[in-house]
Design a binder for this molecule. Structure first.
Ligand code: PXG
Length: 292
């Protein structure tokens, strides 16, 4: 069955779901997006994702031509039309159709696209064994250039880092900022455990305000685990007891080797496994119901 894709208030089949070659989303990466998960017939953290979409849009002076509640309803409707119980939603707002010049004022109206599909996840062995990651030469965008808090369609900074990770034979890269502090990975935030406490880089180090990151911080604090957000160096990563990444796609994935250094015991750690259990329980039990 062909997917039904929402574009500006109408639904199109996969073959007909197209945007103009004059859309500045394509010409310049001018737009914002969100990646959202569907678990068990519910959209997980939908409000938080739409809030972040509006924050990203505000930062780039992009008027979203729908309200928060209209986007919420259209997202749920798109899930229903595609009969999904588990899956992945890509919410995109582009600057819209303009001229061959980067001036966004030439674009009359932003375009809203919602794709809801099945999800491809990392293989289960990777979660069981833990993954290996490397730090890469490409540094995270400066705040003063393109703020990494903006989830924009301009992902080349991350893509270059991903290529460098692939070239090193691993799946994910740790990106440092221009001062050499740990920022985040290409599509995930990073955490370490040291002496029973949880640490993750601050947003000011160049991390996205990850929704999974926020959820994990809440879960950990509720379980009485101390969480702080200091600047971290590669040395801190190498000497951690445990390490894991968080993201909508990856959920919580243990890391067991960084730049050739074995982390902790070389196996997914106890605290990481505890958080994974709590996270899975939350994804199953909460979220915006699709079928009511
Ligand atoms: N950092 C970056 C740069 C991201 O793009 C995260 C951290 C994690 O944030 P959330 O809010 O998801 O916990 C992201 C999220 C994909 C995909 O298709 C990428 C993301 C999310 C979902 C899917 O590669 N990136």
């Amino acid at each position: 069955m062909s997917l039904k894709i929402f574009i500006d208030g109408r639904y199109f089949g996969e073959r007909d779901a197209k945007v103009s070659v004059f859309d500045h989303g394509l010409l310049y990466g001018d737009g914002v997006f969100e990646g959202i998960r569907i678990y068990n017939g519910r959209v997980f953290k939908l409000k938080e994702h739409i809030d972040r979409l509006f924050c990203s849009a505000k930062a780039i002076l992009l008027d979203i031509p729908m309200s928060h509640s209209q986007i919420m309803r259209a997202t749920l409707e798109t899930c229903r039309k595609n009969k999904l119980r588990d899956g992945y939603i890509r919410l995109i707002v582009t600057r819209g159709v303009g001229t061959l010049g980067l001036n966004p004022n030439r674009c009359k109206r932003g375009s809203v696209i919602i794709i809801a599909d099945k999800i491809q996840v990392y293989p289960p062995e990777l979660y069981a064994r833990g993954m290996e990651i490397v730090t890469v030469p490409t540094v995270r965008n400066l705040h003063s250039a393109v703020n990494p808090a903006i989830k924009s369609l301009n992902y080349l900074n991350n893509i270059l880092a991903k290529i460098e990770a692939n070239n090193a034979g691993v799946e994910e890269a740790v990106m440092l900022n221009s001062e050499g502090f740990v920022a985040e990975c290409t599509a995930d935030n990073i955490f370490i455990v040291k002496s029973g406490k949880l640490f993750t880089p601050p947003l000011s180090a160049g991390a996205l305000y990850g929704i999974t990151r926020g959820t994990v911080i809440d879960i950990a604090r509720e379980a009485g685990i101390e969480v702080s957000e200091p600047n971290l160096t590669r040395y801190d990563l190498f000497n951690a007891d445990e390490c894991f990444l968080t993201g909508t796609g990856a959920e919580i994935i243990p890391v067991v080797k960084i730049d050739g250094r074995v982390i902790g015991s070389g196996k997914p750690g106890r605290l990481t496994r505890q958080l994974v259990g709590k996270y899975h329980a939350l994804t199953k039990a909460t979220g915006e119901p699709i079928y009511v």
